[in-house]
Design a protein. Structure first.
Length: 265
């Protein structure tokens, strides 16, 4: 409510960041937040809807894959479409809100090309004539500042880029703001790639550990008695899988030389 308060004309970044923090720390956060935001985006009060869209965009930048999965579902996309559709709230939603919702959905087709449902929803809006042409995403529209970040985030560790970004954001020149926007996008992309690597490493180590544990159990049984045919086949499958994972583990280890704890694992 505070982050989307219609009585405040400016964004309340402190509350927006606290909301993102809540989404990241609460186990149900990524599934509950889109529902709350959809309700606010459908508000008849223009300022409340616009603030809610800013909160949504900030969550997209900061709340990770589980949040992305929720907003890419038809259940949520349909709530955004209702704001544009004359069958629902499109007749009384302000042009500013409708324009921003269109911008948001279109930008997701660019940012998340792998999400088929987002693309389908956007194409349907075009087919029905609700969206006449692709919006031009403003180059000087600064992305919301990143809020809760993982430890060793690039925004903290790359001092040179952080200083350059701070300088560009303070400028009043349009070209500096455009440069800042491009820099934020590239830093967020780098952050996402880093996060994907960590996730891949954790998942691979987890799978290897499970496989080895299961192999140990089967080999313990084998010491005591002959293994059944199905257990022998399971053991063979686990062995083959581990042999396939071995080169991947070597590669992941070589990518983690600067992180002692991860390398130890």
């Amino acid at each position: 409510d505070k982050a989307t308060d219609p009585s405040t004309p400016e964004e309340n970044w402190e509350c927006i960041q606290r909301f993102c923090d809540q989404v990241n720390t609460d186990i149900e956060g990524p599934s509950l937040a889109p529902r709350l935001l959809a309700h606010k985006i459908q508000s008849p009060q223009e300022m409340e809807a616009l603030h809610a869209l800013t909160v949504l965009e900030t969550c997209v930048n900061n709340c990770g894959e589980r949040f992305h999965n929720e907003i890419a579902k038809f259940r949520f996309l349909n709530e955004l479409i209702k704001v544009l559709s004359p069958k629902y709230y499109g007749t009384w939603s302000s042009e500013k809100v409708k324009s921003r919702v269109t911008e948001v959905i279109f930008s997701w087709t660019v940012w998340f090309p792998q999400e088929v449902k987002i693309r389908d929803a956007y194409q349907m809006l075009k087919k029905q004539g609700i969206v006449k042409e692709d919006p031009k995403l403003p180059e000087d529209k600064i992305l919301p500042p990143p809020s809760p970040r993982p430890q060793n985030s690039i925004f903290d560790t790359d001092e040179e880029k952080s200083k350059l970004l701070a300088r560009l954001l303070k400028s009043n020149h349009s070209e500096d703001l455009q440069a800042a926007n491009r820099l934020i996008k590239s830093m967020i992309k780098e952050e996402q790639e880093k996060s994907a690597k960590v996730s891949r490493r954790v998942n691979t180590i987890g799978e290897v550990s499970e496989n080895v544990k299961r192999m140990d159990e089967l080999l313990e049984n084998y010491k005591r008695q002959e293994l059944s045919k199905s257990d022998q086949e399971t053991l063979q499958t686990l062995l083959q899988r581990c042999e396939k994972l071995r080169p991947l583990l070597f590669r992941l280890a070589s990518e983690t030389v600067d992180d002692d704890e991860a390398l130890g694992k």
